[in-house]
Design a protein around this ligand. Structure first.
Ligand code: EPU
Length: 338
């Protein structure tokens, strides 16, 4: 029988470092413990929130109800053939440590996603991605607990509905499923994916390995993203907006240096960092929160800031980008309470 910590301090459990308390916090290490935490909330009709690494969260001062943290980590090899391995990874596993472990094991496929904060269980929710690779490219299936039907279920890749920073777990049924295990297929041979501009420049034509790509990504990310241990943040605060090609061309006519990439057919993805930067926000500071000086897509907590202050700043940025470019910015992190 596990018991929750009451009035638990979540300050160290969210990468913004906002002072926040949970009514009840459960650290669960197994399926059985997870079910106990679910039953605790259901019997008392309490709100229920699962947090991973807390790196994509904006937490208010008080989170009523039950907060669950999965603390089980590690992976096992389910299948192995000549060219690939199939891994099953526990939800509580730290993502970056997994990436480093698989690179050390000689497997390729995750190295472009080095240094993304958070846990493996959170990774499918927003289909994490960086430098030309997304989780969905390596994903095989996952196991989740369905709170509605009260059973563990399996999801194939297509059932997850992955899109850019999106999945059914985020958009269709938020809160319904608790992801407990994720299965990924990796290559035994190094498969190079280094076309992303800044990455190919960094590697500069030299011969590369999974390890050197991993090292390059770590260096690139460290050069432009603040370490949450030094400066609270949640990585990119806004998604890169996807707009019809015609709208992008109109914007480009007025702003020739606009940064945009082809997305799916007929749509372009605009660099939100460029829009925010060119609307004059880079390095802006108000009270105890602000816009990171090296990357305008990252909002930061200088210490003692609050979710309220941050969301006020986010609204101002959204209004300003809408006014200047007619483009709506959508926050990437989940905000609690909503
Ligand atoms: N830019 C500016 N000013 C800025 C920031 C960026 O002009 O202040 C321009 C850059 O010059 C560049 C373009 O915007 O041409 C894109 O910037 P960058 O390559 O740094 O990537 P991003 O679009 O800002 C996305 C992801 C990151 C991911 C990188 C690399 C989103 C919302 N963000 O950032 O993911 O690491 O690409 O693949 O898709 C995250 O989601 O938390 C995250 C860090």
């Amino acid at each position: 029988m596990i018991t929750p910590v009451e009035n638990a301090d979540l300050t160290a459990l969210n990468s913004f470092g906002f002072a926040s308390r949970a009514q009840y916090l459960f650290d669960v290490a197994s399926d059985a413990e997870l079910l106990e935490a679910v039953a605790y909330a259901d019997e008392r009709q309490l709100p229920f929130l699962v947090i991973g690494g807390g790196s994509n969260l904006v937490l208010d001062e008080y989170i009523p109800g039950v907060v669950v943290r999965q603390i089980s980590g590690g992976y096992r090899v389910l299948e192995e053939d000549e060219g690939s391995v199939l891994l099953e990874v526990a939800a509580g596993q730290n993502w970056h440590q997994l990436v480093e472990q698989v690179v050390d094991a000689g497997w390729s496929g995750l190295e472009n996603m080095a240094l993304i904060p958070g846990t493996v269980g959170a990774a499918p929710v927003q289909n994490i991605g960086a430098y030309g690779v997304e989780l969905k490219d390596r994903f095989v299936s996952l196991t989740a607990y369905d709170r509605e039907k009260q059973v563990f279920v399996e999801f194939s890749a297509s059932q997850c509905g992955f899109g850019y920073r999106n999945s059914v777990f985020k958009s269709v049924a938020p809160g319904r499923y608790i992801i407990t295990r994720v299965r990924l297929r990796l290559n035994k041979q190094f498969v190079q994916k280094t076309g992303y501009g800044v990455l190919s420049q960094y590697l500069n034509g030299q011969e590369v390995t999974a390890r050197s790509v991993f090292d390059a990504i770590v260096a690139i990310r460290q050069s432009k993203l603040p370490d949450p241990r030094d400066l609270g943040n949640a990585g990119s605060f806004f998604e890169n907006p996807v707009v019809p090609v015609e709208q992008c061309e109109q914007l480009r006519a007025a702003h020739p240096d606009l940064v945009a990439y082809p997305e799916r057919d007929g749509f372009m993805k605009l660099a939100a960092g460029w829009l925010i930067d060119h609307a004059g926000w880079k390095g802006y500071r108000t009270g105890r929160v602000g816009v990171y000086e090296k990357q305008a897509l990252v909002l930061v907590n200088y210490g003692q800031g609050s979710a309220r202050e941050l969301m006020d700043l986010a609204s101002k940025i959204q209004a300003s980008v809408m006014e200047k470019y007619g483009v709506a910015l959508v926050p990437e992190p989940r905000c609690y309470p909503q």
